[in-house]
Design a protein around this ligand. Structure first.
Ligand code: 6GU
Length: 271
């Protein structure tokens, strides 16, 4: 690696932006009680207290027109499970955000597009958005077709509802808002920033149960520390998430390094 190497995981200056207004996220759900306590704690609680972020919870059931406030029904064509009815969802979203909605509405579903750090940045930089939490076996297809801007999934597994997924999205976005983290630089070295995983961290004591820490971290040599961290981030990504490397922002030197590692592992007897 050349000297004057970049910071760990290659922060992009393009990501330094000035948001001057509060970001508002509207969440439409049948279970606001799942979400409410999460918004009170830690980074989210602080971002809301500091008016960097506003999260508005809307209970879809409040928009069901009938006496029993029914929000689901049996699927046409038969089969098991219940489907979320379109009317209460359209009523909730349109009475809150207008028709068509003034901000993009994202439907949370395992069929959605995988949520990424890149998407988190674009939402943090945007003018606000809404999350619609699916429940039961599904949501009437007309919601996807005529109300949702996009469908988002947080990974290849199935949750019973979109509420926890919505919290994942809100948390990932909130911590990118300027002032949300104690340390302003905090988000920039994170895993997935610049498509590399993060380097290993250590704190006191220097010897814990006989397990030490890498010598370089005690050296006080900041340039050597930076080099070591970048190298660790690269090596870790190579070992654990080689799929990320094609997107990563690497120097020519680093690309050669990776190529060497690959060649060595392909040699007979290599690991
Ligand atoms: Cl966004 N919703 C549900 N119900 N399950 C999921 C998901 C979302 N993302 C991954 N699994």
């Amino acid at each position: 690696m050349t000297d004057g190497a970049r910071l760990p995981s290659s922060p992009r200056p393009a990501r330094m932006y000035a948001r001057t207004f509060m970001l508002t996220i509207d969440i439409f759900t049948l279970f606001p009680g799942i979400i409410e306590p999460v918004l009170r704690e830690s980074i989210l609680g602080r971002a809301i207290a500091r008016d960097l972020l506003a999260v508005r919870l809307h209970n879809i059931r409040d928009f069901a027109a009938d006496k029993h406030q029914v929000t689901d029904d049996a699927p046409y064509g038969g089969g098991g499970g219940m489907v979320m009815k379109p009317e209460p969802i359209f009523a909730a979203v349109e009475s809150t955000l207008g028709a068509p909605p003034a901000v993009p509405v994202f439907l949370l579903t395992p069929q959605g597009k995988p949520f990424t750090q890149e998407k988190a940045w674009s939402l943090a930089e945007g003018k606000g958005f809404a999350l619609l939490c699916g429940r039961y076996e599904g949501v009437d297809e007309r919601v996807r077709e005529h109300l949702a801007a996009e469908e988002i999934s947080i990974g290849d597994y199935v949750l019973s509802g979109g509420e926890l997924a919505a919290m994942v999205v809100v948390e990932a976005v909130a911590r990118l808002l300027p002032g949300a983290l104690g340390d302003e630089e905090g988000a920039r070295g994170d895993s997935h920033e610049g498509s590399l995983l993060e380097y290993p961290h250590y704190t006191r004591p220097p010897d814990f149960r006989g397990w030490g820490i890498p010598e370089v971290l005690l050296s006080g040599n900041h340039s050597e520390v930076r080099k070591w961290r970048r190298e660790q981030a690269l090596w870790r990504t190579y070992l654990r998430r080689p799929d990320l490397l094609s997107r990563a922002d690497l120097t020519d030197d680093e690309k050669n390094r990776v190529r060497q590692w690959r060649e060595e592992s392909e040699k007979p007897g290599g690991d």
